[in-house]
Design a protein around this ligand. Structure first.
Ligand code: SF4
Length: 367
């Protein structure tokens, strides 16, 4: 409905192999998907499923659950069956949990074969089981847990070290003719992370899972992730994303989706175009924009809604929107598709916008 939807994409997506993660296609030109990870103990099945339901409702497409103990592994069959979205089991070290996750019907497993090899060389058996079940594997290289051999060689977790580690891990599966792999090379510094993913994308065609690890609390983590993902996605690099925040995982999903929408990689849901306010404002724009956002969240069709503080620039700026308001003298001019359709007292602005949004949604649904 908005002109923005017709803008040409930023870049050709890099050609990668395609994986099927429990029905969500990753790579090979599939839409970039948004992931998150639960914070509950996986063995607490009820709370874990509750959190997965909340994540699903907020637009999460794939969810990862940690599996550090036998109790967690035992919970996987129910969680995989009852989750509305594909579940990835996150496993370190113990091959037996990898087999359990595959048997449980998890959509994928995150495991680094290098860890398995060190303790109990079952990489070949894992490749065989994963192939038989059609279960893809993510190799997740993290700066914090980089192989000692590579730390010694490079001195620290440089982009080259992260990439060498990832390709070595992948080669352990390739030896067994297993290539249903996606890879991440995470670092907490967006600059190192961007360089690592650029390098990796030149050296393999596996789909890439983007992440800035330990990105920090919501504000810092959001900006670090948005900056790093923006650079990479603008180059067509990245097939699935996870924003890591020290905040509830629903926030990660909202940020991830907003990043994709901002880059035109995902159909926009509700977009509020609100002015920054200035000395001409005749209404509290911040509060009004928040009230409008809250009232319209969850609309079933994409809508661009302008919230303008005055009638000087308001009408012009609102013209590109589906719906808008420009305030002045305690009243609000309500615009639909750039035309003033009504002027209402300030106290009725939010409810009038909601009425008009519902009307527009019905029209758009009928088209
Ligand atoms: Fe200022 Fe009006 Fe522009 Fe808002 S719309 S920034 S109040 S001039």
């Amino acid at each position: 409905p908005s002109k923005r939807h017709e803008i040409e994409p930023l870049a050709e997506r890099r050609k990668t192999r395609q994986l099927n993660v429990g029905g969500v296609l990753v790579g090979g030109g599939a839409p970039v998907s948004v992931q998150s990870m639960t914070t509950t103990k996986t063995s607490d099945i009820g709370p874990t499923l509750q959190q997965i339901a909340e994540l699903t409702a907020s637009g999460c497409q794939i969810v990862r659950v940690a599996c550090p103990t036998q109790d967690d592994a035992d919970a996987l069959p129910i969680i995989a069956r009852k989750s509305q979205i594909p579940v990835i089991a996150d496993i370190h070290f113990q091959p037996k949990y990898v087999f359990a996750a595959i048997d449980a019907g998890c959509a994928a497993v995150r495991v680094n074969p290098g860890n398995i090899k060190k303790f109990d060389d079952k990489v070949g058996d894992i490749a065989k089981a994963a192939k038989a079940a059609g279960t893809p594997i993510r190799i997740g290289v993290n700066a914090g847990s980089l192989d000692k051999r590579l730390l010694a060689k490079y001195g620290k977790a440089t982009p080259e070290a992260l990439v060498e580690s990832a390709l070595w891990e992948a080669s352990l599966f390739e030896e067994h003719d297993f290539r249903d792999i996606k890879i991440s090379v995470k670092h907490n510094d967006p600059v190192v992370m961007i360089k690592a993913y650029r390098l990796l994308s030149q050296q393999c065609d596996y789909p890439l899972h983007l992440g800035v690890t330990e990105a920090g609390p919501a504000f810092q983590g959001t900006i670090k992730s948005a900056a790093a993902f923006g650079v990479l996605l603008a180059d067509g690099i990245g097939d699935t994303i996870r924003v890591s925040l020290s905040a509830p995982p629903v926030e990660e999903v909202k940020v991830g989706n907003q990043i994709l929408e901002s880059l035109g990689l995902k159909e926009r849901g509700l977009e509020i175009v609100s002015c920054p306010s200035c000395g001409r404002a005749q209404v509290d724009v911040y509060t009004l924009a928040e009230q409008v956002t809250a009232a319209l969240e969850g609309m079933p069709v994409p809508l661009r809604v302008a919230v303008m503080g005055c009638v000087v620039n308001g009408p012009g700026e609102a013209r590109e929107a589906d719906l808008g308001v420009a305030s002045g003298n305690g009243r609000g001019q309500i615009f639909v598709k750039g035309e003033v359709i009504r002027t209402v007292p300030e106290s009725q602005i939010v409810e009038t916008l909601v009425e008009e949004a519902i009307r527009l949604a019905e029209q758009m649904g009928a088209d």
